[in-house]
Design a binder for this molecule. Structure first.
Ligand code: FES
Length: 109
């Protein structure tokens, strides 16, 4: 994983988007952060902290729909767009993520 320096942070390549099936997530270590990248069924990407603030559950293994991810340990729900929990847990951090020539790029500041 390589990083490119930018003014307010670092952009990290996380490899080809094809590595993540539609409707699933994968965890990446980028710049000391554990980041869960989800590829929604519409093909868009979302990136959030990979560690659940409740008891450390693996967020990248959670089920998603168009709006939320469910932590697989105790099923707290977090909005994919904001990281806010809809079930009363502390929020997940969100990260900017985009596609560049078929590669996933996560921005960590
Ligand atoms: S560890 Fe995620 S809901 Fe409990």
């Amino acid at each position: 994983m390589s990083g490119t320096g930018l003014a307010a942070g670092v952009a990290y390549s996380c490899g080809p988007v094809e590595a993540i099936p539609y409707g699933e997530g994968r965890a990446f270590a980028v710049g000391g952060h554990q980041v869960a990248v989800f590829r929604k069924r519409d093909g868009t990407l979302r990136a959030l902290s990979a560690v659940c603030p409740h008891k450390g559950g693996p967020i990248a293994d959670g089920q998603i729909d168009n709006k939320v991810v469910l932590c697989p340990l105790h099923l707290n729900a977090f909005e994919l767009d904001t990281g806010c929990s809809t079930t009363g847990a502390a929020p997940l951090r969100i990260y900017p993520v985009y596609l560049e020539d078929g590669e996933i790029v996560v921005f960590v500041s």
